[in-house]
Design a protein around this ligand. Structure first.
Ligand SMILES: Nc1ncnc2c1ncn2[C@@H]1O[C@H](COP(=O)(O)OP(=O)(O)OP(=O)(O)O)[C@@H](O)[C@H]1O
Ligand SMILES: [Mg+2]
Length: 255
């Protein structure tokens, strides 16, 4: 199997605190790789290191075989690594469609000429982008919401809108930080269906998720973090019964 995304001995320190220690993870092509672990385990910090939001203090990140350690967030996104955030990021006063278009912005304006010259080619690209945004909304089941204000959407739908925003960029890999946290059980089903569809269409998915049932249902691989270290990794069913994993979760508050 080829690793799409790989870390070698990644570490991250804040002052004297080791947020991540010696993390070596491989995300294979075609994987739906779940990252689980108790609160404060380092899951979001790990995503931040992968996506240029934090600079790791040691180790390396490779994407499709090339080192991308320390690249800034915009460059990482332009390479095809896209993410959602644990705390939802929505422009509430903009329409659902405009929110999704914001995700295509980086790619659409990557050619400076295309923003300075209002050429026919530029308008064609804008139209294409618009079509892609609608297709992304269709994909997540929100096409009929396109003209509503994003701020008026129920929370679970906003989470799906974020997925559409990530998908419009045709990413190679998507990193989802707790995509189903805080949503109703009906929305959880919808989100699970959409995440599965993203994976089925060949996009690599890395998902941080506290909902162990959801992870067991859809993940192909699981890595468990605790105190910034990997304490288990492998197939979902093996990880679930791992004594170290059970111990790490016992007596800790989980969301
Ligand atoms: N910018 C920062 N400055 C200082 N410490 C930080 C920073 N970001 C994260 N940390 C620390 O790193 C550790 C890991 O935090 P992180 O948010 O990555 O955990 P998590 O596994 O995502 O937790 P949760 O399940 O609550 O989202 C915590 O001890 C946290 O306080
Ligand atoms: Mg987190």
């Amino acid at each position: 199997m080829t690793a799409v995304l790989q870390t070698d001995h990644l570490s991250l320190q804040f002052g004297g605190v080791n947020a991540l220690s010696d993390l070596s993870i491989e995300v294979d092509e075609g994987a739906l790789h779940a990252i689980i672990g108790p609160n404060g385990a380092g899951k979001t910090s790990f995503f931040n290191c992968l996506t240029g939001y934090y600079k790791p203090t040691g180790g390396a990140v490779r994407f499709q075989g090339n080192e991308v350690t320390g690249l800034d967030a915009a460059k990482v996104a332009a390479l095809g690594i896209r993410r959602t955030f644990q705390n939802i990021r929505v422009f509430p006063k903009m329409s659902v469609l405009e929110n999704v278009l914001a995700g295509g912005h980086l790619r659409a304006t990557s050619n400076l000429l295309s923003i300075t010259v209002a050429s026919r080619g530029f308008r064609r690209r804008e139209r294409l982008l618009h079509e892609e945004a609608m297709a992304s909304l269709e994909f997540v089941g929100l096409a009929d919401q396109w003209n509503n204000l994003a701020g008026d959407l129920p929370y679970g739908m906003r989470k799906r809108m974020e997925l559409a925003r990530v998908l419009i960029a045709n990413p190679v890999v998507v990193l989802l930080d707790e995509p189903a946290a805080g949503v109703s059980s009906v929305e959880r089903e919808e989100l699970s269906r959409v995440i599965r569809r993203i994976h089925d269409q060949g996009t690599c998915v890395v998902m941080i998720e506290h909902d162990v049932d959801l992870v067991m249902e859809i993940a192909t691989d699981v890595t468990v973090l605790d105190n910034g270290r990997i304490i288990a990794s492998g197939l979902p069913q093996d990880v679930r019964t791992n004594p170290d994993v059970i111990r790490a979760y016992m007596g800790r508050k989980r969301k």
